[in-house]
Design a protein around this ligand. Structure first.
Ligand code: PMP
Length: 357
């Protein structure tokens, strides 16, 4: 703390990202990265971009990338926003769309950046409990909104994190039909591992904004690329915030790499399918070891063991160089969130757990 800080900074509670350990030879299953590399075409595009042209600023609008996303989803480029990781896209949405003097609704167990952005942008947070099965119940959001006399917006990941549970599009549509006066933001960081994108609904609901990331299913966490798709008016709000903050958020390498990753559909489909198949194997292996595994549509599973303490298991795994995520928070302190790795990594994890149990 320093007297040079603005008073505002003293009260910030920053997000704590999952650890990026410096040790080598780890089985790193703690931050939901893809176990496979990015599309070779994306790597080649980035390599080809390593020229003297790096002296020039990148395209501030990211038009080529927007075109790739628009082509992929069958929307107009004016319905696409791109940013430096979906965290940045989310930040602009909080700033530009969720400040209306009413609470923002999100699940009690969810992505822990949401309360952080509420703190950063002075937005009141209202957390809606997941049901006993750790599912989002849209009726609870609808009734909470009635009792709060409206809301500044609603946000949740689909599939949710860290639970991995998927909300069907029909439930999202029900929420949209009952919530027409504020933005409903569906954070689809993990949707490609078994969910159906709500982008299919954006032309029907002008208050629906969908965000995605290239960090997970397109394996470019190191490049920091995220996007949003929605009605042009919502995209314009994000552009206005972005152009009041940083007009070149995506560098030249990220722009070409992300566009090539979107264009390489075969590689994307193959790697997603591999992760999904491995997830089902990990699920079966954990169940056999006595874990209760929540049904997951993501590239991770959320599992608890009836007899063994989750914190102790995480610590014991760590001693063997296997890193998983353990949240010491209410309701989920007995769960481990385990990223799906390569089949070899998953086997190392299952063997180590077998030994411990
Ligand atoms: N949303 C959710 C639910 C996430 O888990 C993550 C990853 N931490 C993000 C958004 C942000 O991803 P990125 O900034 O890498 O696009």
């Amino acid at each position: 703390m320093s007297q040079l800080w603005s008073p505002f900074v003293k009260n910030l509670v920053p997000y704590v990202p999952g650890e990026q350990p410096k040790m080598t030879r780890l089985v790193k299953l703690n931050t939901n990265e893809n176990p496979y590399g990015p599309s070779p075409k994306a790597v080649a595009a980035m390599q080809a971009e390593l020229t003297d042209d790096l002296r020039l600023y990148p395209d501030p609008n990211g038009d080529k990338l927007k075109q790739s996303v628009a082509d992929y989803y069958g929307v107009k480029t004016s319905q696409v926003f791109v940013g430096n990781g979906s965290d940045e896209v989310l930040a602009h949405a909080f700033h530009g769309l969720f400040q209306h003097g009413k609470p923002l609704l999100f699940p009690d167990i969810t992505y822990s950046f949401y309360p952080v952005y509420c703190g950063l942008y002075g937005i009141e947070a209202k957390q809606i409990p997941l049901d006993e099965e750790f599912q989002i119940n849209v009726d609870d959001f609808i009734s909470a909104s009635v009792s709060a006399n409206g809301n500044s917006g609603i946000i949740f990941p689909n599939p949710n994190a860290p639970t991995g549970r998927l909300l069907p599009l029909a439930a999202i549509e029900k929420l949209l039909q009952n919530n027409t006066q504020s933005v409903v933001l569906v954070d689809e960081a993990y949707v490609d591992f078994g969910g159906e994108s709500a982008i299919a609904l954006v032309n029907k609901y002008p208050n629906l904004l969908v965000t995605q990331t290239l960090s997970k299913s397109r394996s470019l966490a190191g490049m920091r690329v995220g996007l949003a798709v929605g009605h042009e008016d919502l995209i314009e709000a994000l552009e206005r915030v972005k152009n009041s903050f940083n007009s070149y958020p995506l560098d030249r390498l990220a722009l070409v790499g992300a566009a090539a990753a979107f264009d390489d559909r075969d590689y994307f489909n193959d790697t997603c399918n591999k992760v999904i198949a491995s997830r089902e194997q990990v699920n079966a292996g954990l169940t056999e070891l006595g874990f209760d595994v929540l049904p997951s549509a993501a590239n991770f599973v959320f599992a608890r063991h009836g007899q063994k303490d989750a914190g102790e298991l995480a610590a014991a795994l760590r001693e063997q160089g296997i890193i998983v995520r353990h949240f010491k928070t209410e309701r989920i302190a007995q769960f481990l969130r385990i990223t799906i790795g390569t089949d070899e990594q998953n086997q190392i994890l299952l063997d180590a757990l077998k030994e411990m149990l």
